[in-house]
Design a protein around this ligand. Structure first.
Ligand code: AMP
Length: 288
């Protein structure tokens, strides 16, 4: 049994390891490979991954930012470098994985510098049903006023929040929200504005942290299919010379460079393929 665990922090699910034991019992000698979705985030430096809370929680529990969607961010950032033929020294890449769960990463030469999710996938952007980052005191306030347990509060923040909540429980599906926005539904407009606002602020922050950016890539359900979302987010970076080609931006679910030739930063749509990334890691590990 091959146990290649990039990250065995407190978050690993013992069920995964029990699954490996079960495989060994049923298929003796068959290699097992565990590919952790958090491994990409392990590239972050301590100033990015540590929470500014007493050190003992880090040393006792490895309580830190890990990031999720790592398999996708790793795959898409490397695809951006190879598809875009980004030359050495010009490989500062921002990947916007926008789906029902959403996260954005910044990497240099394929090494993660920042990623928006944290100890759990709750941190970061406003998502389909997750609140994203908020003042932790909100949890105490709701628990106190609603006589709610912390567990129930976290379930609410994971499953009943995000654009679903902002749209007045209309939908977490961005196609419905877009239709609502076109029909003049103010809550749908608020939900989409809020989603875009947090994505824009995250991208802007990452550009500053890297001292510039060479490529920005959109992926996942919304990133691959929603040209309107891509255009509205990228419009905020027109001040720095990013230009989107309207016709190319009609692309759905295909690899495409959607920026104009004179854009200061290249912008791509690249479908994610986590299964392929996992298969590649598996081949690499079992054949070495
Ligand atoms: P994922 O989690 O990557 O599978 O993405 C799911 C999300 O993608 C859902 O919220 C869908 O509404 C959204 N999505 C899929 N197709 C489209 C589309 N054509 N326009 C806008 N959002 C889309």
């Amino acid at each position: 049994v091959i146990r290649e665990c990039f990250d065995l922090g407190p978050l690993h699910n013992p069920a995964n390891l029990m699954g490996i034991e079960a495989c060994e019992a049923n298929m003796p000698g068959t290699p097992n490979v565990a590919v952790f979705d958090t491994s990409f985030g392990m590239g972050m430096e301590p100033y990015a991954y540590r929470y500014a809370i007493p050190e003992e929680y880090y040393t006792k529990y490895q309580l830190r930012r890990y990031g999720f969607h790592g398999t996708s961010h790793n795959f898409v950032s490397h695809e951006t470098i190879s598809y875009g033929k980004l030359p050495e020294g010009h490989r500062r890449v921002i990947v916007c994985h926008l789906g029902n769960g959403s996260s954005i990463s910044a990497s240099v030469d394929g090494k993660c510098l920042e990623t928006s999710m944290g100890l759990t996938p709750l941190e970061g952007l406003v998502m389909g049903t997750r609140s994203g980052s908020l003042d932790p005191a909100v949890v105490q306030f709701i628990c106190d006023h609603e006589n709610m347990s912390v567990d129930d509060c976290l379930t609410m923040l994971n499953k009943k929040s995000g654009v679903l909540a902002l749209s007045g429980n209309k939908s977490s599906d961005f196609r419905d929200l877009r239709q609502g926005e076109l029909d003049g539904d103010e809550r749908c407009q608020l939900a989409l504005e809020s989603f875009r606002h947090h994505a824009i602020m995250t991208i802007g922050g990452y550009i500053s942290a890297m001292g510039g950016v060479d490529a920005i890539t959109f992926t996942a359900g919304i990133g691959e299919n929603d040209g309107d979302m891509r255009e509205k987010i990228m419009k905020h970076f027109a001040y720095m010379g990013i230009k989107i080609d309207e016709e190319k931006n009609q692309v759905r679910g295909e690899k495409m460079e959607i920026s104009t030739p004179d854009s200061t930063v290249r912008v791509f749509v690249i479908p994610t393929n986590e299964e392929l990334a996992i298969a590649r890691d598996t081949v690499r590990l079992v054949t070495r």
